[in-house]
Design a protein around this ligand. Structure first.
Ligand SMILES: Nc1ncnc2c1ncn2[C@@H]1O[C@H](COP(=O)(O)OP(=O)(O)OP(=O)(O)O)[C@@H](O)[C@H]1O
Ligand SMILES: [Mg+2]
Length: 234
């Protein structure tokens, strides 16, 4: 479904991603792990359209989307949940969720997805009239994921959904990611917690200094000495 080839991304003169190849199959959950500054967030931004592509291809369902603006990628089903969540603090929970569906014209489907979202996160249903900026960190993460789901994504790009969350909330987010993946949404997940990522994903890529250093089945990476030593602290 997603085929990235020779993707290069830069901030001015600083090259952050140096020609990477990466694939996500239909309904697959793929993780990207790597040290701070390796280029993980930049990679997701490039795929989502949040920054211009310097070089390479991003083929989604047979079409190169590398030069399309963000909304055209969202329309095709590519949706980013950014690091730091990017919710609208002054809008209510319900208004934020509506924003997620802004490109959709199927009012019926939107209503059904809203009910489903509140089903996934009952906490959001209770707080639907509350300003998003006053939610707890974990609730804001739920809202960010809920808002992305309101766009009916076919490929969800998740940048560290567990950052700064208490274990119990973190588990809820993990369960939700699993539920969403089971509904045939493909997921590309960045995680600082390499072990958690490798336990959740079927395949993974390890990034180092803007390149893919290793890739393979998550179970194989979990068992690899290089990964255990460098990323699992063993
Ligand atoms: N807005 C920016 N301007 C200039 N350089 C940037 C910018 N954002 C990121 N970089 C640089 O690009 C490189 C990759 O950053 P990126 O945020 O993709 O890393 P990351 O793998 O997501 O790291 P982390 O695990 O800390 O989130 C880093 O060297 C970083 O300093
Ligand atoms: Mg990052």
């Amino acid at each position: 479904m997603l085929t990235v080839r020779a993707l290069a991304l830069a901030y001015g003169a600083i090259t952050a991603v140096r020609g990477i190849d990466l694939d996500v199959g239909s309904g697959e959950l793929v993780a990207v792990i790597g040290a701070n500054g390796a280029g993980k967030t930049t990679t997701l931004k490039g795929i989502a359209g949040a920054m211009p592509v310097r070089h390479g291809e991003i083929v989604f369902d047979g079409e190169d989307i590398a030069r399309l603006p963000v909304h055209e990628r969202v329309r095709r089903g590519v949706c980013l949940v950014p690091e730091g969540r990017g919710i609208f603090a002054r809008l209510t929970v319900a208004e934020n969720l509506d924003m997620g569906a802004y490109l959709r014209r199927d009012a019926h489907g939107v209503r059904a997805d809203l009910a489903r979202c509140y089903g996934l996160f009952p906490r959001l249903a209770e707080r639907r009239g509350q300003a998003a900026g006053t939610l707890s960190g974990g609730e804001q993460q739920m809202l960010a994921i809920g808002r992305a789901l309101m766009s009916r994504p076919r490929l969800l790009l998740l940048d560290e959904p567990h950052a700064r969350l208490a274990p119990i909330v973190s588990r809820l987010i993990f369960d939700t990611i699993r539920t969403v993946a089971n509904e045939q949404v493909s997921i590309l997940l960045i995680e600082q917690n390499a072990r958690a990522a490798l336990e959740l994903a079927t395949r993974a890529y390890v990034m180092e200094s803007g390149r893919i250093a290793l890739s393979g089945a998550a179970s194989a990476l979990l068992a690899s000495d290089a990964v255990r030593c460098a990323y699992l602290g063993e």
